[in-house]
Design a protein around this ligand. Structure first.
Ligand SMILES: [Zn+2]
Length: 414
C-alpha cells in the first residue's frame, strides 16, 4: 500500500530519525514537528496569525471539549474547526479517549508523562475532575460518562468520536482508544488493548462510509509498559488501514522508562510500517523532543510551552533546570535582564525584560502570558527547525548533544 500523505526526505544512518513532509488537506507540515494545542479552538492568548508567524504548520484541537461545547454540529455549520477558529492550515484532532478516561482513572496525565505527581492534567483534559467517578461505565460499545459542564449523562463510542471529528473536519483524526493508566494490572492492560484494537476497526469502518475523504485517520498503539503488548499493538495497528500511527497510553513511571517504551514501539513500527507517519501523544518536554526525534517520532503535541507561559515560566537553554526559569519568583522583581539574550522571538526582540514579565504575572496582566507564550513557542519552533536541519545534514547526534549541553536554538551552524 502506498502512503501518499507522507514522504520521507532523509533517514538518519545511526538512529530512526527522519525528516519528511506531511501533505494534508489544508497544507503541508515539515517533520519532525511540534504541534501546539488549540484545545478548545484557540491557542491560548494567541491569534492564528501569531502561531503561523512563529513557523507552526499544524495545531491540535480537542474532540472531547469541542464535543461538549460548542458541539460539533455548530462547528460543522462554519465549515469545520479551521474555518471556525480562522486557522487555514492543517489541524489534528485527538479522539476524546484520553479526556474521557482521565476523568475516570484519575491522574492519568501525570503517569503517562513519567511523573508520579505533577502540576495537573495535560493535553487539555479539564484537570478538575480527578477520580470523581465521572465515568459511569466502560463497555464494548463505548463509554458512558457525566459532562463536566452540566453533569448530563453522555455516551461516547468509537463511531461518536469519528462523527465529531468528521464535523470538526480536521486533517488528521485519531481513533477512539482506551488510554490505559499505569497502575492497572497487566491483565487489564492486555484486555483493554485488545478492545482498543476492535475500536480501531470500528473507527476505520465508520470513517470509510461516512468520514470526509480528505481526512486521514491515525490508529493508536497502546499496551502500557508491557513490551510484548506494545509490540503486538504496534503490529496490529500497522496491519490496519490507518494512514498514520499515534503512540498513546501510559509510557511508564519515569523518563528512562518512557523513552524505553517509545523506543520499543518505534522500532516495531520501523519494521512493520516504515513509511507511515508517527505521532507521540501528549509528550513535549525539551528532553523528550530530543529523545523522541532520534527514536523516529515525526510529530509531537504537548500543553507544556503554552501552559508554562500562563504560569510565568519561560523556556531557556538550561538543561540543569529542565530548560525552565520561573519568572513569577520574587528574585526577578525589577530585573532588567532579557527573557533570553539574543532570542529573536516577538517578546525578546521587542525588549521585554524578566522584570516586566514578573510584574505582569503578579499584576494579572494578560499581556505577560501572551509574551511568554510567544517566546516559549518560538523557542520550540526553532529547536525543531534545527533538528530537521541536523537530520538532513546527518549531524543529529552532535546537535542533540549540543542542546543537552545548553546550546540555544538558532546558534548552531547548520
Ligand atoms: Zn524570546
Amino acid at each position: 500500500m502506498s502512503d501518499p500523505i507522507f514522504s520521507i526526505r532523509t533517514r538518519a544512518r545511526d538512529s530512526l530519525a527522519r525528516t519528511g513532509t506531511l501533505r494534508l488537506a489544508h497544507g503541508s507540515v515539515q517533520t519532525p514537528a511540534f504541534v501546539p494545542l488549540a484545545t478548545r479552538g484557540a491557542v491560548k492568548t494567541l491569534e492564528p496569525r501569531d502561531v503561523e508567524a512563529l513557523g507552526y504548520e499544524m495545531v491540535l484541537g480537542n474532540t472531547f471539549h469541542l464535543h461538549l461545547s460548542p458541539g460539533h454540529e455548530q462547528i460543522a455549520a462554519y465549515g469545520g474547526l479551521g474555518s471556525f477558529m480562522r486557522w487555514e492550515r492543517p489541524i489534528i484532532t485527538d479522539s476524546g479517549g484520553f479526556q474521557v478516561f482521565s476523568m475516570g482513572h484519575g491522574s492519568v496525565a501525570d503517569e503517562i508523562k513519567g511523573r508520579n505527581r505533577g502540576a495537573g492534567a495535560e493535553r487539555g483534559s479539564n484537570g478538575s475532575n480527578g477520580s470523581n467517578g465521572a465515568i459511569v461505565a466502560i463497555t464494548e460499545e463505548g463509554v458512558r460518562f457525566r459532562s463536566y459542564i452540566d453533569g448530563s449523562l453522555r455516551f461516547m463510542a468509537p463511531e461518536t468520536s469519528m462523527e465529531v471529528q468528521a464535523g470538526l473536519h480536521s486533517d488528521i483524526a485519531l481513533v477512539f482508544d482506551e488510554c490505559t493508566p499505569f497502575h492497572v494490572t497487566r491483565d487489564y492492560t492486555a484486555r483493554s488493548t485488545q478492545r482498543t484494537h476492535r475500536w480501531l476497526e470500528r473507527c476505520l469502518d465508520w470513517h470509510e462510509r461516512h468520514g470526509p475523504a480528505d481526512q486521514v485517520v491515525y490508529g493508536i498503539v497502546q499496551g502500557g509498559v508491557e513490551q510484548d503488548l506494545r509490540l503486538e499493538s504496534a503490529q496490529t495497528v500497522a496491519a490496519s488501514r490507518c494512514g498514520g500511527i499515534a503512540i498513546g497510553g501510559s509510557l511508564g513511571q519515569d523518563k528512562p522508562q518512557m523513552h524505553e517504551v517509545v523506543g520499543w514501539t518505534t522500532a516495531a513500527l520501523e519494521r512493520s510500517a516504515p513509511q507511515r507517519p508517527r505521532h507521540l501523544l501528549g509528550i513535549g518536554d525539551i528532553d523528550d523532543l530530543l529523545a523522541g526525534v532520534a527514536q523516529g517520532i515525526d510529530t509531537f503535541d504537548c500543553a507544556m510551552p503554552t501552559r508554562l507561559a500562563r504560569h510565568g515560566v519561560a523556556i531557556i537553554p538550561d538543561p540543569a533546570n529542565r530548560w525552565r526559569v520561573d519568572l513569577a519568583k520574587s528574585r526577578w522583581r525589577g530585573s532588567q535582564e532579557p527573557i533570553l539574550d539574543g532570542c529573536p522571538c516577538p517578546a525578546c526582540s521587542a525588549g521585554f525584560t524578566r522584570g516586566y514579565i514578573h510584574y505582569a504575572a503578579k499584576a494579572g496582566e494578560t499581556t505577560g502570558p501572551r509574551l511568554l507564550t510567544l517566546h516559549n513557542l518560538s523557542f520550540i519552533a526553532r529547536l525543531m527547525a534545527d533538528l530537521r536541519a541536523a537530520i538532513d545534514a546527518h549531524r543529529l547526534a552532535e546537535v542533540v548533544a549540543a542542546f543537552n549541553a545548553g546550546a540555544a536554538p538558532g546558534t548552531l551552524s547548520l
